[in-house]
Unconditional design. Sequence first.
Length: 273
Amino acid sequence: MEIGNTTVVVTGASSGIGAELSVSMALAGAAELVLLARNEVALNEVARKVEAVGSRARIYSIDLSDVEAVKTVSGQIRNQVGSPDILINNAGIGQWKYLQDTRLQEIENYMAVPYLAAAWMTAQFLPAMLERGSGHIVNISSVASRLAWPGATAYIASCRAMRGLSDALRADLKRTNIHISHYESGPVESPYWSNNPQSRERVPGVAKLLLPVLSEEMAVHAIVKGITGNKRFIVPSTMLRLVYLLHSAFPWLVQGLMTGTGSRLSSRTVNDY
Ligand SMILES: NC(=O)c1ccc[n+]([C@@H]2O[C@H](COP(=O)([O-])OP(=O)(O)OC[C@H]3O[C@@H](n4cnc5c(N)ncnc54)[C@H](OP(=O)(O)O)[C@@H]3O)[C@@H](O)[C@H]2O)c1
Protein backbone atom coordinates (compact mmCIF):
# COMPACT_ATOMS: atom_id res chain seq x y z
CA MET A 1 0.00 0.00 0.00
CA GLU A 2 1.19 3.51 -0.72
CA ILE A 3 1.96 5.23 2.61
CA GLY A 4 1.43 8.81 1.43
CA ASN A 5 -1.60 10.53 3.04
CA THR A 6 -2.62 7.52 5.10
CA THR A 7 -3.74 7.29 8.71
CA VAL A 8 -1.59 4.75 10.54
CA VAL A 9 -2.23 3.15 13.94
CA VAL A 10 0.93 1.82 15.62
CA THR A 11 0.66 -0.20 18.84
CA GLY A 12 3.70 -0.30 21.10
CA ALA A 13 4.74 3.08 19.71
CA SER A 14 6.43 4.28 22.90
CA SER A 15 9.68 2.35 22.51
CA GLY A 16 12.02 0.39 20.25
CA ILE A 17 10.77 -0.75 16.84
CA GLY A 18 7.34 0.90 17.24
CA ALA A 19 8.79 4.32 18.09
CA GLU A 20 11.30 4.17 15.22
CA LEU A 21 8.63 2.88 12.83
CA SER A 22 6.21 5.69 13.71
CA VAL A 23 8.76 8.32 12.72
CA SER A 24 9.67 6.39 9.55
CA MET A 25 6.01 6.17 8.52
CA ALA A 26 5.78 9.94 8.96
CA LEU A 27 8.93 10.37 6.85
CA ALA A 28 7.35 8.11 4.21
CA GLY A 29 4.43 10.55 3.97
CA ALA A 30 1.73 9.23 6.34
CA ALA A 31 -0.69 12.06 7.13
CA GLU A 32 -1.50 11.00 10.69
CA LEU A 33 0.11 8.66 13.20
CA VAL A 34 -2.04 7.24 16.00
CA LEU A 35 0.33 6.07 18.70
CA LEU A 36 -0.70 3.54 21.35
CA ALA A 37 1.13 2.18 24.40
CA ARG A 38 0.98 2.56 28.19
CA ASN A 39 3.81 5.05 28.73
CA GLU A 40 2.28 8.46 28.00
CA VAL A 41 5.51 10.42 28.51
CA ALA A 42 7.34 8.27 25.96
CA LEU A 43 4.39 8.45 23.54
CA ASN A 44 4.47 12.25 23.73
CA GLU A 45 8.16 12.22 22.86
CA VAL A 46 7.50 10.04 19.78
CA ALA A 47 4.55 12.28 18.81
CA ARG A 48 6.88 15.29 18.96
CA LYS A 49 9.31 13.56 16.55
CA VAL A 50 6.45 12.60 14.20
CA GLU A 51 5.18 16.20 14.14
CA ALA A 52 8.72 17.50 13.59
CA VAL A 53 8.76 15.73 10.22
CA GLY A 54 5.40 17.19 9.24
CA SER A 55 2.74 14.56 10.07
CA ARG A 56 -0.05 14.84 12.63
CA ALA A 57 0.23 12.66 15.74
CA ARG A 58 -2.29 11.61 18.34
CA ILE A 59 -1.50 9.49 21.36
CA TYR A 60 -3.69 7.10 23.34
CA SER A 61 -2.30 5.73 26.56
CA ILE A 62 -3.74 2.23 26.87
CA ASP A 63 -3.02 -1.17 28.37
CA LEU A 64 -3.68 -3.35 25.33
CA SER A 65 -4.14 -6.45 27.47
CA ASP A 66 -7.44 -4.98 28.71
CA VAL A 67 -10.24 -5.82 26.28
CA GLU A 68 -12.55 -3.11 27.61
CA ALA A 69 -9.82 -0.49 27.13
CA VAL A 70 -9.29 -1.73 23.57
CA LYS A 71 -13.04 -1.34 22.86
CA THR A 72 -13.10 2.16 24.36
CA VAL A 73 -9.95 3.47 22.71
CA SER A 74 -10.67 1.99 19.27
CA GLY A 75 -14.10 3.69 19.44
CA GLN A 76 -12.39 6.98 20.35
CA ILE A 77 -9.96 6.58 17.43
CA ARG A 78 -12.85 5.92 15.01
CA ASN A 79 -14.68 9.04 16.25
CA GLN A 80 -11.72 11.39 16.65
CA VAL A 81 -9.43 10.35 13.78
CA GLY A 82 -11.33 7.86 11.61
CA SER A 83 -10.50 4.26 10.85
CA PRO A 84 -6.86 3.67 9.92
CA ASP A 85 -5.64 2.77 6.44
CA ILE A 86 -2.75 0.89 8.03
CA LEU A 87 -2.76 -0.94 11.37
CA ILE A 88 0.58 -2.06 12.78
CA ASN A 89 0.21 -4.56 15.62
CA ASN A 90 3.64 -4.16 17.17
CA ALA A 91 3.12 -4.08 20.97
CA GLY A 92 4.76 -7.11 22.51
CA ILE A 93 6.30 -8.50 25.65
CA GLY A 94 7.61 -11.87 26.73
CA GLN A 95 10.46 -12.83 28.98
CA TRP A 96 12.10 -16.03 27.77
CA LYS A 97 11.50 -18.63 30.46
CA TYR A 98 10.71 -22.31 30.80
CA LEU A 99 6.99 -22.82 31.27
CA GLN A 100 7.43 -24.18 34.79
CA ASP A 101 9.42 -21.04 35.72
CA THR A 102 6.71 -18.74 34.37
CA ARG A 103 4.05 -17.35 36.67
CA LEU A 104 0.57 -18.40 35.55
CA GLN A 105 -0.41 -14.75 35.21
CA GLU A 106 2.63 -14.12 32.96
CA ILE A 107 1.52 -16.90 30.61
CA GLU A 108 -1.75 -15.02 30.17
CA ASN A 109 0.04 -11.65 29.88
CA TYR A 110 2.33 -12.89 27.09
CA MET A 111 -0.68 -14.21 25.17
CA ALA A 112 -2.52 -10.93 25.67
CA VAL A 113 0.27 -8.85 24.16
CA PRO A 114 1.15 -9.44 21.34
CA TYR A 115 -1.51 -11.96 20.27
CA LEU A 116 -4.84 -10.94 21.82
CA ALA A 117 -4.13 -7.23 21.41
CA ALA A 118 -3.43 -7.79 17.70
CA ALA A 119 -6.59 -9.86 17.23
CA TRP A 120 -8.74 -7.36 19.16
CA MET A 121 -7.36 -4.29 17.38
CA THR A 122 -7.77 -5.95 13.99
CA ALA A 123 -11.35 -7.00 14.76
CA GLN A 124 -12.15 -3.41 15.77
CA PHE A 125 -10.81 -1.80 12.56
CA LEU A 126 -11.35 -4.48 9.91
CA PRO A 127 -15.06 -3.74 9.25
CA ALA A 128 -14.25 -0.16 8.19
CA MET A 129 -11.38 -1.39 6.00
CA LEU A 130 -13.76 -3.87 4.34
CA GLU A 131 -16.34 -1.15 3.81
CA ARG A 132 -13.73 1.18 2.33
CA GLY A 133 -12.29 -1.63 0.20
CA SER A 134 -8.66 -1.09 1.22
CA GLY A 135 -6.30 -1.51 4.13
CA HIS A 136 -3.05 -3.00 5.33
CA ILE A 137 -2.44 -4.87 8.58
CA VAL A 138 1.09 -5.61 9.77
CA ASN A 139 1.63 -8.13 12.55
CA ILE A 140 5.05 -7.88 14.17
CA SER A 141 6.29 -11.25 15.38
CA SER A 142 9.61 -13.07 15.30
CA VAL A 143 11.51 -16.12 14.10
CA ALA A 144 9.70 -17.86 16.96
CA SER A 145 6.63 -17.94 14.74
CA ARG A 146 8.44 -20.71 12.77
CA LEU A 147 11.22 -22.16 14.94
CA ALA A 148 11.35 -23.14 18.60
CA TRP A 149 14.21 -23.21 21.09
CA PRO A 150 14.41 -24.12 24.78
CA GLY A 151 13.50 -21.77 27.60
CA ALA A 152 11.10 -19.33 25.87
CA THR A 153 7.91 -21.38 25.94
CA ALA A 154 5.10 -18.85 26.51
CA TYR A 155 6.82 -16.28 24.26
CA ILE A 156 7.12 -18.78 21.40
CA ALA A 157 3.50 -19.92 21.81
CA SER A 158 2.29 -16.33 21.49
CA CYS A 159 4.48 -15.72 18.40
CA ARG A 160 2.93 -18.84 16.84
CA ALA A 161 -0.52 -17.43 17.57
CA MET A 162 0.50 -14.21 15.76
CA ARG A 163 1.55 -16.29 12.74
CA GLY A 164 -1.75 -18.19 12.86
CA LEU A 165 -3.64 -14.90 13.00
CA SER A 166 -1.74 -13.54 9.97
CA ASP A 167 -2.24 -16.72 7.90
CA ALA A 168 -5.93 -17.03 8.80
CA LEU A 169 -6.65 -13.35 8.07
CA ARG A 170 -4.87 -13.64 4.71
CA ALA A 171 -7.15 -16.57 3.84
CA ASP A 172 -10.25 -14.64 4.98
CA LEU A 173 -9.30 -11.55 2.99
CA LYS A 174 -8.09 -13.26 -0.19
CA ARG A 175 -10.52 -11.56 -2.57
CA THR A 176 -10.28 -8.12 -0.95
CA ASN A 177 -7.86 -5.25 -1.25
CA ILE A 178 -6.75 -5.67 2.36
CA HIS A 179 -3.20 -6.89 2.75
CA ILE A 180 -1.64 -8.77 5.66
CA SER A 181 2.11 -8.58 6.30
CA HIS A 182 3.72 -10.81 8.91
CA TYR A 183 7.09 -9.56 10.18
CA GLU A 184 9.51 -12.11 11.55
CA SER A 185 13.16 -11.64 12.42
CA GLY A 186 15.85 -12.76 14.79
CA PRO A 187 17.14 -10.39 17.49
CA VAL A 188 16.81 -6.63 17.04
CA GLU A 189 18.89 -4.30 19.23
CA SER A 190 16.09 -2.52 21.14
CA PRO A 191 14.94 -1.98 24.74
CA TYR A 192 13.16 -5.35 24.42
CA TRP A 193 16.14 -7.08 26.01
CA SER A 194 16.23 -4.84 29.08
CA ASN A 195 12.41 -4.89 29.31
CA ASN A 196 12.51 -8.71 29.26
CA PRO A 197 15.60 -9.58 31.33
CA GLN A 198 17.43 -12.90 31.10
CA SER A 199 16.07 -13.49 27.60
CA ARG A 200 19.18 -12.67 25.57
CA GLU A 201 21.07 -15.45 27.39
CA ARG A 202 18.62 -17.94 25.89
CA VAL A 203 19.39 -17.12 22.23
CA PRO A 204 20.60 -20.53 20.92
CA GLY A 205 24.26 -20.80 19.85
CA VAL A 206 23.37 -21.54 16.21
CA ALA A 207 21.20 -18.40 16.03
CA LYS A 208 24.03 -16.31 17.52
CA LEU A 209 26.32 -17.73 14.84
CA LEU A 210 24.02 -17.41 11.83
CA LEU A 211 21.56 -14.60 12.49
CA PRO A 212 22.94 -11.07 12.58
CA VAL A 213 21.51 -8.80 15.28
CA LEU A 214 19.53 -6.14 13.41
CA SER A 215 19.40 -2.48 14.33
CA GLU A 216 15.96 -0.91 14.85
CA GLU A 217 16.58 1.06 11.64
CA MET A 218 17.15 -2.16 9.64
CA ALA A 219 13.99 -3.75 11.03
CA VAL A 220 11.94 -0.62 10.36
CA HIS A 221 13.33 -0.16 6.85
CA ALA A 222 12.19 -3.71 6.03
CA ILE A 223 8.73 -3.10 7.50
CA VAL A 224 8.20 0.11 5.49
CA LYS A 225 9.37 -1.68 2.33
CA GLY A 226 7.08 -4.60 3.17
CA ILE A 227 4.08 -2.29 3.42
CA THR A 228 4.75 -0.47 0.15
CA GLY A 229 5.42 -3.81 -1.58
CA ASN A 230 2.36 -5.55 -0.05
CA LYS A 231 4.68 -8.32 1.18
CA ARG A 232 2.99 -11.29 2.85
CA PHE A 233 6.08 -12.02 4.92
CA ILE A 234 8.72 -9.52 5.96
CA VAL A 235 11.94 -11.41 6.76
CA PRO A 236 14.70 -8.79 6.95
CA SER A 237 17.77 -11.02 6.76
CA THR A 238 19.19 -13.08 3.91
CA MET A 239 20.64 -15.53 6.44
CA LEU A 240 17.24 -16.06 8.04
CA ARG A 241 15.66 -16.68 4.63
CA LEU A 242 18.38 -19.30 3.98
CA VAL A 243 17.72 -20.89 7.38
CA TYR A 244 14.00 -21.09 6.49
CA LEU A 245 14.88 -22.70 3.15
CA LEU A 246 17.04 -25.26 4.95
CA HIS A 247 14.25 -25.78 7.49
CA SER A 248 11.69 -26.51 4.76
CA ALA A 249 14.01 -29.19 3.29
CA PHE A 250 15.43 -30.59 6.56
CA PRO A 251 13.17 -29.53 9.46
CA TRP A 252 14.73 -32.08 11.84
CA LEU A 253 18.21 -30.62 11.21
CA VAL A 254 17.37 -26.96 11.80
CA GLN A 255 15.06 -27.67 14.72
CA GLY A 256 17.68 -30.06 16.15
CA LEU A 257 20.36 -27.33 15.99
CA MET A 258 18.06 -24.73 17.60
CA THR A 259 17.28 -27.17 20.41
CA GLY A 260 20.76 -28.66 20.78
CA THR A 261 22.57 -25.31 20.98
CA GLY A 262 19.94 -23.73 23.23
CA SER A 263 19.80 -23.51 27.00
CA ARG A 264 19.62 -26.65 29.13
CA LEU A 265 16.64 -27.45 31.31
CA SER A 266 17.52 -27.43 35.01
CA SER A 267 15.38 -29.14 37.59
CA ARG A 268 14.84 -25.81 39.40
CA THR A 269 11.25 -24.63 39.36
CA VAL A 270 9.98 -21.36 40.79
CA ASN A 271 6.32 -21.83 39.98
CA ASP A 272 4.94 -21.88 43.50
CA TYR A 273 1.58 -20.25 42.79
N1 LIG B 1 13.74 -6.78 19.85
C1 LIG B 1 13.77 -7.93 19.21
O1 LIG B 1 14.76 -8.65 19.19
C2 LIG B 1 12.55 -8.36 18.43
C3 LIG B 1 12.73 -9.32 17.42
C4 LIG B 1 11.62 -9.75 16.70
C5 LIG B 1 10.37 -9.24 17.02
N2 LIG B 1 10.24 -8.33 18.03
C6 LIG B 1 8.88 -7.85 18.34
O2 LIG B 1 8.82 -6.47 18.03
C7 LIG B 1 7.82 -5.85 18.85
C8 LIG B 1 8.39 -4.57 19.44
O3 LIG B 1 9.46 -4.94 20.29
P1 LIG B 1 10.68 -3.99 20.63
O4 LIG B 1 11.90 -4.74 20.30
O5 LIG B 1 10.48 -2.66 20.07
O6 LIG B 1 10.55 -3.99 22.23
P2 LIG B 1 10.21 -2.82 23.29
O7 LIG B 1 11.16 -1.69 23.08
O8 LIG B 1 10.18 -3.49 24.60
O9 LIG B 1 8.76 -2.31 22.88
C9 LIG B 1 7.58 -2.98 23.25
C10 LIG B 1 6.42 -2.04 23.03
O10 LIG B 1 5.20 -2.72 23.38
C11 LIG B 1 4.45 -1.90 24.26
N3 LIG B 1 3.63 -2.71 25.16
C12 LIG B 1 4.02 -3.77 25.90
N4 LIG B 1 2.99 -4.21 26.65
C13 LIG B 1 1.94 -3.39 26.40
C14 LIG B 1 0.61 -3.33 26.88
N5 LIG B 1 0.14 -4.20 27.81
N6 LIG B 1 -0.20 -2.37 26.41
C15 LIG B 1 0.27 -1.47 25.50
N7 LIG B 1 1.50 -1.49 24.99
C16 LIG B 1 2.34 -2.44 25.45
C17 LIG B 1 5.51 -1.10 25.03
O11 LIG B 1 4.95 0.13 25.49
P3 LIG B 1 4.59 0.49 27.03
O12 LIG B 1 5.56 -0.23 27.90
O13 LIG B 1 4.68 1.98 27.03
O14 LIG B 1 3.19 0.01 27.19
C18 LIG B 1 6.51 -0.81 23.92
O15 LIG B 1 6.11 0.33 23.19
C19 LIG B 1 7.42 -6.88 19.91
O16 LIG B 1 6.18 -7.45 19.55
C20 LIG B 1 8.53 -7.92 19.84
O17 LIG B 1 8.11 -9.21 20.18
C21 LIG B 1 11.30 -7.87 18.73
